[in-house]
Structure formats: C-alpha cells, structure tokens
Ligand binder design. Structure first.
Ligand code: GTP
Ligand code: MG
Length: 202
C-alpha cells in the first residue's frame, strides 16, 4: 500500500468522541514507550504525525488519523504505566475497554511489544482480554534494530512459547523498526488486504 495522505482527525477521551464509524479502523496500542508513535509515523511516512516523547505515557487520548481517505488509524493510550495514579488507570480501563468492545468499524488491534523485553504480565493480560472478547489482534515486535537478527528471532520464539501455554494458536506477527523501517511493507499490506475485504463485506 502506498500512503498518499495521512491527516490528523481528532482526539477523544472515549468512544463517544470518535469519528463516525464509516471507514475500517485499525488501532495501535501497547505499554508506554514501546515505540507506538514512532511506528505510526514510520507507517504513515510522516515523522511529525504522532508526537514522539522522551517521557513515557504522553498519549492519554484516542487519536484518530485518516489514511488515504480510506481507513482510520487509531492511536490508543498506552497501558501499564506504573506512574499513573490508580483512579486514572481505572478511567483508562473503562474508556478504552468500552472503545475496544463497542467500536463497530474496528478491524484489528495491533499490540506493540518491545522485542528486547520478556513477556510482561500486562501485555499477556491485555491480549487475553482481547481474545476473550473476540477482538481480532496482531502482534508487532518493535525496535528490532536494537538486536541482532538471531537474538530477535529467539526472543519472538520465547514469546510464542509463553503464549502457547494458554493460546491454541498464535496471532499474526510482525517485526518492525522505525529506524530501519523493517516491517513497514508487511504491516501495510496486511492492512490493505483487510481494508479490501471490509469493502466487500459492506
Ligand atoms: P508513549 O506515547 O510515551 O507511551 O510512547 P510511545 O510508545 O509512543 O513511544 P515513542 O514512539 O515515543 O518512542 C519511545 C522511545 O523509543 C523514543 O526515544 C524513540 O526514539 C524510541 N524508539 C521508538 N521506536 C524505535 C525503534 O524502532 N528503534 C529504536 N532504536 N528506537 C525506537
Ligand atoms: Mg506515543
């Protein structure tokens, strides 16, 4: 897929503020600092689209981008940041949970995982929650440039091993780097396929 246009549409604190669900939507989430904003900019081919932060946990709203006037990219607030006060975390669970369960045009959630970090309870729980609620998702292992190819593959294998203790099959998986742009074509082709199927369904 060639990205011709990528526009920021708006921010919302929950489902009610999201744009009308007239186009297929792909959501991106993961723990704070996983490289979500960097990946979104890398995919969109625009370094300034999503804000890249030095201090984790900046994204507190659902940010919508319209890509090629054809599909929505939703940047969800990251989860699992330890510094977030309990009340705020509860609010996040409620708002984002409601969005995930009820967003009608949501086609796939991309769960971002730092390829250097061992499986974390918060990520495993989040994916379990998606599974239980029948919300389709894929994994993207980020920051692959920080490891050798061999080490990266081993870490993914180890992640698979842990997931297969509870999952019958593994989700679609991508390995990316916003530095080398690895994974860009694969992820965009995957989205493109789903956008085309979505059109056929409607
Ligand atoms: P929050 O929105 O703050 O939760 O973070 P985020 O998940 O959006 O991460 P962000 O894109 O802001 O990146 C966090 C840090 O990781 C920044 O210092 C980035 O430069 C760095 N980073 C992100 N992606 C990559 C990558 O693929 N490779 C390398 N080497 N660094 C990366
Ligand atoms: Mg961010």
């Amino acid at each position: 897929m060639v990205i011709r246009t990528a526009e920021f549409i708006g921010s919302s604190t929950g489902l009610a503020g999201c744009p009308a669900p007239g186009k297929p939507e792909f959501a991106f989430t993961g723990r704070s600092n996983v490289g979500k904003s960097s990946l979104i900019n890398m995919l969109a081919g625009n370094r300034k689209l999503a804000r890249i932060s030095q201090s984790p946990g900046k994204t507190r709203t659902i940010n919508h981008y319209l890509i090629n006037k054809e599909w929505y990219l939703a940047d969800l607030p990251g989860y699992g940041f330890s510094k977030m006060p309990f009340e705020q975390r509860k609010k996040w669970m409620k708002e984002t949970g409601n969005y995930l369960a009820n967003r009608k045009n949501l086609v796939c959630v991309f769960v971002l995982l730092d390829i250097r970090i061992k499986p974390q309870v918060s990520d495993l729980r989040f994916m379990e929650m998606l599974g239980i609620n029948n919300i389709p998702f894929a994994r993207i292992f980020t920051k692959s440039d920080k490891l050798s190819k061999q080490k990266a593959e081993n870490n993914v294998k180890e992640y698979d091993r842990v997931m297969l203790e509870t999952w019958e099959e593994l989700p679609r998986t991508f390995i990316s780097s916003s530095v080398t742009r690895a994974g860009r074509e694969e992820i965009l082709n995957f989205i493109s396929e789903l956008v085309n199927n979505y059109k056929k369904d409607v």
